[in-house]
Design a protein around this ligand. Structure first.
Ligand SMILES: Cc1cc2nc3c(=O)[nH]c(=O)nc-3n(C[C@H](O)[C@H](O)[C@H](O)COP(=O)(O)OP(=O)(O)OC[C@H]3O[C@@H](n4cnc5c(N)ncnc54)[C@H](O)[C@@H]3O)c2cc1C
Length: 385
């Protein structure tokens, strides 16, 4: 029998679990797949939008790592405190682990304090507590102003804040409160989902306008005065709010920056087809990575890419430990549902490595895409639990 191998996967989110499960299915018996995550549960982040509008409870959108079906995926529930990419080691739980390959899948860290005053605001839709806080306030909101804010870019899931605004709109209409509550979207970016091209931006802008959601692009949030319930944007009088639902600023996890894998104000660079870093046998996938595109914007941070990248990296590692040259490549294909509220959704699919700009097709919205998203959520849990 040949030498046994160990693959370390730092992060048990979308990319990490996709990678680990494929490795567990394909590596020879005896090889180890060890996943590190500091949370006790894996959360299906897209469903937080439904926690925020009351059609899911927090317990519906997370499962404990301890109940994963595949016993070959070993999960160590502890923070990764250091990574040495040269030695391919991970420090976690007071131990040093050495891998034949190492996959960094630690996602994006959220930094609400990156904007003065924002961190004390409870309502965001990127954490379970944040989504619950929005839902608590939304149920009793009788009148006033809901502001959905995108203070910084990049952020994961370019569609999420636009979906959030439309889902909030739909909920308020259902409750018969929409005439007395305005819904507005204030964004640092110049257009919705611009990486997918002007067709997608235009379709999203039309969907917002159709729902009477005021859209304020290219606005820079400087500070939040929570005591006065006011947002301070550059060059504007203060914008008041009765309910704030925001995207927390994102940054690279500290452990990744201190490993020298990324600058503190940046992301990990990889070969866009192999996801390998500058260190042989060390890969990075998902939100922790930035892949520049010719059109000037990076590949979006999205689960669909994290998942495929995870599987590509798993296949490359299987080849690597088997002594084969791998031809498996990530090709930048991805797709995305866009929830629009009241049982409607849109869908877009594209080739993001197309030159000179991503080639994206937008499909006509309807109930069937919402049904497809529900089916996708069911499939997410049944594949591993
Ligand atoms: C509201 C919302 C809606 C979304 N909708 C969509 C959608 O419709 N389609 C889509 O494609 N994407 C969507 N996304 C984006 C998608 O969830 C992310 O892009 C995806 O989760 C990225 O996967 P990842 O593996 O890179 O990171 P994550 O899934 O965030 O996983 C990172 C993991 O690392 C762990 N971790 C971090 N630091 C440490 C540490 N120091 N030690 C140990 N563990 C650590 C975390 O606990 C986490 O489990 C949405 C996101 C949100 C928030």
């Amino acid at each position: 029998m040949g030498r046994m191998h160990t693959v370390l996967v730092a992060g048990g989110g979308v990319g990490g679990l996709a990678c680990a499960h494929r490795l567990a299915r394909r590596l020879p018996e005896g090889d180890r797949v060890v996943v590190f995550d500091h949370r006790p549960v894996h959360t299906f982040w897209p469903s937080l939008l439904w926690v925020m509008t009351g059609t899911r409870r927090s317990s519906d959108v997370a499962r404990p790592f301890g109940t994963l079906r595949d016993a070959r995926v070993e999960v160590v529930q502890t923070p990764v405190t250091a990574i040495d990419p040269k030695a391919r080691t991970v420090q976690a739980g007071g131990q040093t682990w050495t891998g034949d390959a190492l996959v960094v899948a630690l996602g994006a860290a959220l930094d609400p304090d990156g904007i003065p005053g924002l961190g004390v605001e409870p309502g965001n839709f990127y954490t379970t507590q944040g989504a619950e806080a929005v839902w608590t306030e939304l149920q009793t909101l009788e009148q006033g102003r809901v502001v959905v804010a995108i203070p910084t870019t990049p952020f994961k899931c370019p569609a999420a804040p636009y979906e959030a605004a439309m889902l909030i709109d739909g909920y308020l209409r259902k409750r018969g409160r929409r005439a007395r509550v305005s819904v507005e979207l204030w964004a640092a970016e110049a257009a919705p989902m611009a990486v997918a091209g002007p067709g997608v931006s235009h379709a999203v802008e039309e969907a917002l306008a159709h729902r009477d959601i005021a859209y304020h692009p290219s606005e820079r949030l400087e500070a939040v005065a929570g005591d006065r319930r006011q947002l301070e944007f550059t060059g504007h009088p203060a914008v008041g709010y009765d309910l704030l639902a925001y995207v927390p600023p994102h940054r690279v996890p500290e452990v990744v920056a201190s490993a020298g894998l990324a600058p503190e104000d940046g992301w990990v660079s990889v070969d866009r087809h192999t996801l390998e870093t500058s260190h042989p046998g060390v890969y990075a996938i998902g939100d922790v990575v930035s892949i520049p595109l010719t059109m000037g914007k990076p590949l979006p941070k999205a689960g669909v890419f994290a998942f495929t990248e995870g599987e590509v990296v798993a296949d490359r590692i299987v080849d690597q430990v088997g002594g084969r040259v791998s031809g498996v490549r990530f090709d930048g294909r991805g797709e995305c549902f866009i929830e629009m509220g009241r049982g409607q959704a849109g869908f877009a699919r594209g080739q993001f490595f197309a030159e000179p700009a991503p080639a994206v097709r937008v499909y006509r919205s309807g109930r069937h895409w919402h049904a497809a998203k529900l089916a996708f959520e069911r499939q997410w849990w049944s594949q591993w639990w």
